[in-house]
Design a binder for this molecule. Sequence first.
Ligand code: ARG
Length: 585
Amino acid sequence: MKTLLSMLTELVGNTFTSCGYNHTYGQVTLSNRPDLCQFQCNGALAAAKAYKKSPILIAKEVVEHLQNQSYFETIQYIAPGFINITLQDDYLVSYLNNVALSPQFGCTPIENQETVIIDYGGANIAKPLHIGHLRTAIIGESLKRMYRFLGYNVLGDVHLGDWGLQIGLIIAEVKKRHPELPYFDASYKADYPNEAPFTISELEEIYPVASSYAKEHPEFMSEAKNITFLFQQNHPGYKALWQQILKVSIDDLKKNYTALNVHFDLWKKESDAQPYIPKMIENLKELGLAYENDGAVVVDIKEDADTREMPPCILVKSDGATLYSTTDLATLIERKQLFNPNEVIYIVDKRQSLHFEQVFRTARKAELIPPTTKLTFLGFGTMNGTDGKPFKTRNGGVMRLEQLIEEVHTKVYAKVAQNKAISKEEALIISKQIGLAALKYGDLSNQISKDYVFDLERFTSFEGNTGPYLLYTAVRMSALLEKASLVDVRSKIDAPSSEMERALMLKLALFNELVPESIMQYSPHKLCQYLYELCNLFNRFYHEHKILTESNISKQQSWLKLTALCKEMLVTGLDLLGIEVPHKM
Ligand code: ARG
């Protein structure tokens, strides 16, 4: 379905053409003075320069041609050359009724089913999820849903960190604690034992202990390195123990992500890419891109236009170990072979931007993926505490994600429990949903690349630009629809009877414009803004009109239909943010 803006742009553009100007000057946008008009076209100002004519004359000419169009309530030219447009109510309402009947509210799906891989989550095995993992999970889940909504074949990949020194450290620590276990023997042959020698809490305690012990004890560190090396050379016992680490970790991670309502299509791991590495390095050497430098293997990626330091991409260190970049490059080859994506989007802390620039440049130079495959790094900013510093626990430690969620939950529960109409069990479930909405919306309503302040008080407020406010509005819409019965779901929405109602209708008619736009710009914050404005408009409309007691039944039906459409759009929009609506609150 064509959007209002594209139809208006076509119409006004054609008029510019018939007046002898280029079509492109007819670009119509939303008005930035909604008190004066709904839409505007500023093309006459630019055309004036190109055609050396006065802008007001051009605007006048175009407006005169359009004057008798039935679409417009008003179309005016205003000094110095703006064209202001307001639609006829009948036209707006018939468009809106079409939107209501169209799949996905008239958002046109993409034509070719393109495959997009979203690399998010990025959890590391044997380490608990902490605050740093929250943003990537929330943003990635939302983008995954948004892309899918537009018809993309989306694969969300958690891309687990399961490789490298962390594994050696854990194995070394387990060996220190339980030398009697069979895994450490070079001749280990048994099948993987069914029982892991640790629970998830033990495993999570092991890593930090091993890591700080290794810093003080060089012999332990070199043992961990040696184990890592042997493990990477397929030492059967270490591999078996690693399988146990994986299993225990993944079970726990799945539980945690499910609690966040975050779901991955792929549980691929860094280790899956390792088999591609030897051939990749060989190829890069043959292409003359990779070369030996002081025992290391590197690729130069500097470009003349660089304004920042661009060190070579190191593929192999002088001690023979491969690196994070090597794994990311090999992962691209694997992704190409398995899924042949049109785009790969990485949602990672923006402090890793140099790493990704190195990886992308190397991948392009070596043509590891086709030139048409888009590589997108969406670096996110830091979540800070109210003191403006990276978020910490009260005693200054890194906060576990579970703990943060618990704090939000407790805070929201205290509010929900005040509603005596809600049972205790229900309140527990509902406050979980509201708590998640508070967290997710608090994050997504900010531009991805910006740092933001995690303000529990503000995020959990039921008023203002917050997740709970949006949920509250959705619940209010449902309650209204439940109380009054919508006689005929196919009943049409009638022309607006107030300025408030008209503004709400215009907002709904723009869903198919603004939602796809925020998706294509990787900007969930724009969707948040749209939904927030929709809620404000609805609440004002609801306040001004006594819908339940309205005696004119056809008017009441039209209002209910409008409310139903608002609710569907709001629930759809929230779902795109990864947010669920409770049935009451
Ligand atoms: N596991 C990594 C970390 O904790 C994040 C992985 C991001 N994705 C990637 N393809 N490098 O920093």
